[in-house]
Design a protein around this ligand. Sequence first.
Ligand SMILES: *Cc1c(COP(=O)(O)O)cnc(C)c1O
Length: 363
Amino acid sequence: MTDAPAPKPGILDIAPYVGGKSSIVGIAEPMKLSSNENALGAGSRAREAFEAAVKNIHIYPDGRATKLRAAVSEHHGLEPERLIFGNGSDEVFALLNQAYLTAGDNIVTGQYGFLAYRISALGCEAQVKLAPEPGYKAEVDALLEQVDERTKIVYVSNPSNPTGSYNSGEEIRRLHEALPAHVLLVVDEAYAEFVTEADWETAFPLARDASNIVVTRTFSKIHGLGGLRIGFGYAPLAVAEAVDRIRLPFNVSVPGLDAATAALGDEAHQKASRDLVQTWRPRLTQAIRGFGFEVLPSAGNFVLVLFRDEKRNAAAASDYLNSKGIIVRPVGGYGIHDGLRITVGTEDQNRAVLDALSEFAAT
Ligand SMILES: *Cc1c(COP(=O)(O)O)cnc(C)c1O
């Protein structure tokens, strides 16, 4: 018998999230290619806004994010009152889960769906139903098959992390059309800006006329502001209003709001970030395939490499890269034990990755 405080049922069954590693013993400045951060860092306009914000950090932030709301609304052509701002898009997922899930409800996502969706759903005592992704890609029919009367939210990341796959506009429309009207469809477009495939479409237009779609975006990737934690969702007004009731009053910070607003206007930095990825993603893919490893096609700012060889396996590859000062991301947490996710870096970083993997292939 114990009288210690006990967390709610299920809380201690949640595996704690393990982020990308950021240091290697004995290496002063490792190349961190483990968390899909922007290799160019933040843009100059965001940095200036961040620095200027120092004079206001004793003031509580504007809980309505009025300036950023207007900037996002203008930039993407979205109705301002339908936007939800969060401490990263992770918080937007958590707020949606909190607002819509009670014990015994469930969310549905793909087998390799982003872990952030699941953590807070489990925290709501909800179940997580995973649809098989035999081709490392979310399948509309498999997702629909998991939907039952207790399903409240279906999450799709498009493009998807960690696989890099994407769903076409056609597929997202078909998924939405087949979902019962009471199920919320969350389309997470964190990597939208890096996509080049012609049949990919943002779900913003689809969401405009739907009563059950939320599209999320983040300032962590293309804008290089992962450390400031700003993301947003474009939701039906009723959903935005529901979330606003549980959102803590000051969930986004003063420097974060100012830097994100400035970043949105920094077209040059967005273009440079996109160009870097669009130049190096195919080069990394081709070259690593040339070393004999499998590389999944990616629409994001990273590639997922599969090491099928028993000796030259993912753990050995990760150790080898670490020994060269390069940190990549093992994805065993997603059940992909033979995979390493590698963020597209700067030219020098990418060349270092290729040199190391070419040597590793010859071990
Ligand atoms: C990086 C990432 C995000 C962004 O999360 P933030 O909390 O906004 O930093 C969202 N979804 C996926 C799939 C991601 O990989």
